[in-house]
Design a protein around this ligand. Structure first.
Ligand code: E4P
Length: 218
């Protein structure tokens, strides 16, 4: 499973990229706003840190303007992935960009029908938002299960399931069990994946015993 980080905070991205475990980055207009920086500048900086796909979202809602915005965004770096909303215009832009060989991430997916039509439009990634479905009393992971099953029925479909709106490690593990291709995680959730109290306790005991030996490996 690939791990993307869902942030426009370049200091966080740099620090997480040092792990060597980061496969890409997703941003959205809210995350760009939170960064307080210009989109072109921040996406360029992220693309210089991470080799994998960096999703940059269009702000327009009509096809023509989306395509003009995509033309600006894709010039930033070879690894920019154009993020488009799951609307008729967004999917039309997705199809056109896919035909031009541009990577696309179709966002704000909340149903299996939407995921199916995004795959037909040739999306590189489909982003179902699990946390936001959970928030309204629906089962976000049930949607991931449905999409993975449906895509599995059509091996010719190349769209990757990118689990978004992830809120905790259980979302990540459940998505991995279901065979989702990618999860995009807030930095805090990505860091949580490392931790277990027994690891901390075990390490403290090993270090204490090691000190008692008076030895040094170096
Ligand atoms: C994904 O690409 C989105 O940017 C993100 O996962 C949305 O998450 P949220 O529901 O926590 O805002």
């Amino acid at each position: 499973m690939k791990f993307f980080v869902d942030t426009a905070d370049t200091a966080e991205i740099k620090s997480l990229a040092e792990s060597g475990l980061l496969d890409g980055v997703t941003t959205n207009p809210s995350l760009i706003a939170k960064s307080g920086r210009k989109i072109l500048e921040v996406i360029a900086e992220i693309c210089a840190i991470v080799e994998g796909p960096v999703s940059a979202e269009v702000a327009a809602t009509d096809y023509e303007t989306m395509m003009r915005e995509a033309a600006v965004l894709r010039k930033i770096a070879h690894n920019v992935c154009i993020k488009l909303p799951l609307t008729p215009d967004g999917l039309r832009a997705c199809k056109a960009l896919t035909n031009e060989g541009v990577q696309t991430n179709v966002t704000l997916c909340f149903s299996a029908a939407q995921a199916l039509i995004a795959a037909k439009a040739g999306a590189t990634f489909i982003s179902p938002f699990v946390g936001r479905l959970d928030d309204i009393g629906q089962d976000g992971m049930e949607l991931i299960s449905e999409i993975v099953d449906i895509y599995g029925n059509y091996p010719a479909l190349t769209t990757q399931v990118l689990v978004a709106s992830v809120r905790n490690p259980i979302h990540v593990i459940t998505a991995a069990k279901l065979g989702a291709d990618v999860a995009t995680l807030p930095p805090s959730v990505l860091r949580m994946l490392y931790h277990h109290p027994l690891t901390d306790k075990g390490l403290a005991a090993f270090l204490k015993d090691w000190q008692g030996t008076g030895q040094s490996i170096l």
